[in-house]
Design a protein around this ligand. Structure first.
Ligand code: 13P
Length: 254
């Protein structure tokens, strides 16, 4: 009942020209895949180009990698939800671990942005995940619970259903080291349990939880076959149009 959602987080990669040539190949390779929802998340500068190119392509949506919690005003260098909406952006990644570590984003900031996103009818993809140090110290559940409660505070059940959670263990991002399907499933089941605790079971059962961290064509099927894994947030491997099309196809497991 939860449609899988496979997203390409291009991070700070892809000029407009590169994005166009990616889409030419990707759309040809992926064909009419409609069991899975696909989201392309370019850097801000390529969003307009990607949106224009995807205008008539159903089932491939556009996302952004970040946004401001503010509506408008003197915030040099920031981008608002309304600016993204104008470019037909549907999803926005919030609290990616790179934003948390390199740019000091806290759960409180992510929470403000999540509220601002919903107000503008943008669906947030809220990222959470533990570091290796936290995992080794046996703190996975405490860390995830704190991030969930902090980042999603005050969202209504309706807003939660329109929110995607991305579980991205920091030690698996860009390292080639993927969580095993069992490790990921265990974390996802805990995340769903916590989502039920902050809302109710039927709401939690509708929320999609993506896995992210060294997802590749070869490990997609085993991860996506897990009962609580509802998609993937793909970094490095999403820069190759053929590989990303393969990931999408390998996700269509149920
Ligand atoms: P990699 O797929 O490169 O490990 O990156 C994961 C990620 O951070 C997606 O948001």
């Amino acid at each position: 009942m939860r449609k899988k959602i496979i997203a390409a987080n291009w991070k700070m990669n892809m000029t407009c020209n590169e994005a166009e040539s990616f889409l030419d190949t990707f759309l040809r390779e992926v064909g009419q895949e409609d069991h899975v929802e696909i989201v392309i998340i370019p850097p801000f500068t390529a969003i307009a180009k990607v949106s224009e190119r995807l205008g008539k392509v159903q089932n491939v949506k556009v996302g952004a990698q970040n946004m401001s919690a503010q509506k408008s005003g003197a915030f040099t260098g920031e981008i608002s939800a309304a600016m993204l909406r104008e470019l037909f952006v549907r999803y926005v990644v919030l609290g990616h671990s790179e934003r948390r570590t390199l740019f000091g984003e806290t759960d409180e900031v992510v929470n403000k942005k999540a509220h601002a996103a919903h107000e503008a009818s943008l669906k947030p993809i809220v990222c959470i995940g533990e570091t290796l140090e936290q995992r080794d110290a046996g703190k996975v559940e405490t860390v995830l619970e704190t991030q969930i409660r902090g980042s999603l505070a005050g969202l209504s059940a309706k807003e939660l259903v329109e929110t995607v959670i991305a579980y991205e263990p920091v030690w698996a991002i860009g390292t080639g080291r993927t969580a095993s399907p069992e490790q990921a499933q265990q974390a996802h089941a805990f995340i769903r349990k916590t989502l039920a605790a902050i809302s109710d079971q039927s709401t939690a059962d509708k929320i999609r939880i993506q896995y992210g961290g060294s997802v590749k064509p070869e490990n997609t099927t085993s991860l996506m076959s897990q009962p609580d894994i509802d998609g993937a947030l793909v970094g490095g491997a999403s820069l190759d149009p053929r590989g990303f099309a393969e990931i999408v196809k390998n996700s269509s497991v149920d």
